[in-house]
Design a binder for this molecule. Sequence first.
Ligand code: TXA
Ligand code: MG
Length: 331
Amino acid sequence: MVSRNQHVMSRDMPEETERLAADESGISRAAELLAGGLLVAFPTETVYGLGADARNGIAVAGIFEAKDRPSFNPLITHVSDIDRAKEFARFPEAALPFIRNGWPAGLTLVVPLRERSGISSLVTAGQSTVALRVPVSPVAQDLLKAFNGPIAAPSANPSGRISSTTADHVMTGLGGRIAAVLDGGMAAAGLESTIIGFRDKLPVVLREGVFVVSEDIARITSPADTSVRVESPGQLASHYAPSGLVRMNVRVAAPGEWHLGFGDIKGNASLSQDGDLREAASRLFALFHEADAEGEERIAVAPIPDRDLGRAINDRLRRAAAPRPAHDLDD
Ligand code: TXA
Ligand code: MG
């Protein structure tokens, strides 16, 4: 686990971002930093990704912090090959042609997560699906092999800015906020991966991107219809919220409420006893699941400071606290 001092350092003080060459020593240094729970930007054939160990919730929380993201959305997990992908997820029949004829590629598949996959619930935003991608880029492949584990990575740019296609872009946007950038030259495509999910046994394009679904794949997957359905952005998977009612900014819980603490407010379970926002972010969805598993119907949450990662935590809590349409609850 990353020490508290490191959190404070990365948040408050400029940190020297190492620029690593994409050679053997640079790759092994990048893998070592990732294993230490730090953030490393790396090239893929689409755009540069801002990587963290997908199994380390605190490291993943660091991604949202470095990007200054005001909300949690699920991240793509990068793996070296199909066998590794199958360790983390189950692939429906309709996904097989995409794996066989597509990967490695700028193609991300959203598939059911395996139980005890070890992937942090912050990566999936608590959902039961995971977005997996096997990249082509030799540098990304070398890094995945050296690290020997799953790397969660959104595009390596500050929130609301355009994606980075060179190490210089990464340095300009995130220099001083991340441990290193692996310089693999220009990302060839400069456009994000195509994201495909599966619904009612049919592929659904969740985001258009560099990967063009070939006639071959389309024919195998949906014989009656050669065009894969595209969902409008408004229909993108709704994020996980507990089934219990959520009340925010609660110092003293009412009788019958399950109290989620923070800092000095102990609660029935705590997001972070140290009042550490990174730890709180890394535990948020896991604690939602715990509340569900315990059948808690009313959840009170201690006040969370509305700064840094606290903004994203409060955004998620506000959504969980807002009245929800029924279909939002079964995702
Ligand atoms: O080319 C790319 O895809 C780059 C490189 C670094 O791989 N990554 C990228 O990540 O563009 P990001 O975080 O900027 O976009 C990831 C998208 C988000 O729109 C997110 O909502 C969606 O993937 N996503 C991730 N997991 C999902 C899931 N379980 N269900 C639905 N959508 C998911
Ligand atoms: Mg992006």
